[in-house]
Design a protein around this ligand. Structure first.
Ligand SMILES: N[C@@H](CCC(=O)N[C@@H](CS)C(=O)NCC(=O)O)C(=O)O
Length: 242
């Protein structure tokens, strides 16, 4: 099995998943992790595009099958290696809607808020005002929805830690980087600590990041992400032309 990924929220979903499966006693096949250099545009290369026409990480390659979209990969692994991370009976309908919710809402809104907050220095502030308000307001509304959901139990879907927690955590944990102030939401703040305390999560968010920078990036790394973010956020390529 191969995982083509990078040290970003969508990439960490899959590394957390692999490590959580190992925590649950699953014997995985050998997984080769290939780090894709997004700044250099490796996602536009022909070999990458052949596995993911959408030209974004992560991609899972399992023999003849290539799976794109981080949440689809979570479901693929959850179904292939059945554990409490994804019930395969009726209970999957408690979990999958929150995975789709992340893909359709949390990822795009936190991602766009992050882009306008950190990566678009060359756009004049007046032009950024509307998207900043729009994505910031919606990101906060989603955090409020999460706060209400967490009234039902310690994890997003109740008593079990599932792929819904894995899908949402990497984006929500980056609230300071996205400048989405979640501090008025104590259940979300506690949930972040609870997820972070899991050994599988600790190892998963360590993929592609030096040990000392798992929770706090160095200034040099922040600057690197800022510069790669601005070129990636404005990159229209989809023709494999590097
Ligand atoms: N919906 C996709 C989003 C993937 C995505 O946006 N990946 C980013 C990194 S987090 C990427 O590859 N960006 C490179 C680019 O846009 O050129 C998923 O969940 O897999």
């Amino acid at each position: 099995m191969q995982l083509w990924t990078a040290a970003t929220p969508n990439g960490w979903k899959i590394s957390i998943m692999l490590e959580e499966l190992i925590e649950l006693g699953v014997t995985l096949p050998d997984v080769t992790v290939r780090t894709i250099d997004l700044q250099r545009g490796e996602q536009f290369a022909d070999d990458f595009t052949a596995h993911n026409p959408n030209q974004k990480i992560p991609v899972l390659i399992d023999a003849e099958r290539s799976v794109m979209e981080s949440c689809a990969i979570l479901q693929y692994l959850g179904e292939k290696y059945p554990t409490s991370l994804l019930p395969l009976d009726e209970g999957r309908w408690d979990v999958l809607p929150w995975v789709y919710w992340q893909a359709a809402n949390v990822g795009p809104n936190f991602g766009n808020k992050l882009s306008y907050t950190r990566y678009m220095d060359d756009i004049n502030p007046a032009a950024k005002a509307h998207p900043l308000t729009r994505f910031g307001t919606e990101a906060l509304r989603l955090v409020k929805v999460l706060e209400q959901q967490l009234e039902r139990g310690p994890w997003i879907c109740g008593e079990q830690f599932t792929i819904a927690d894995i899908a949402n955590y990497p984006w929500i944990r980056g609230w300071k980087w996205s400048k989405v102030d979640i501090t008025p939401y104590p259940l979300v703040m506690d949930w972040i600590q609870r997820v972070r305390a899991r050994p599988g999560v600790e190892r998963g968010i360590g993929y592609g990041v030096p040990k000392g920078e798992i929770d706090q990036w160095s200034e040099e790394r922040k600057a690197r992400y800022r510069s790669s973010g601005s070129s990636i956020a404005a990159n229209p390529r989809s023709d494999g032309d590097t």
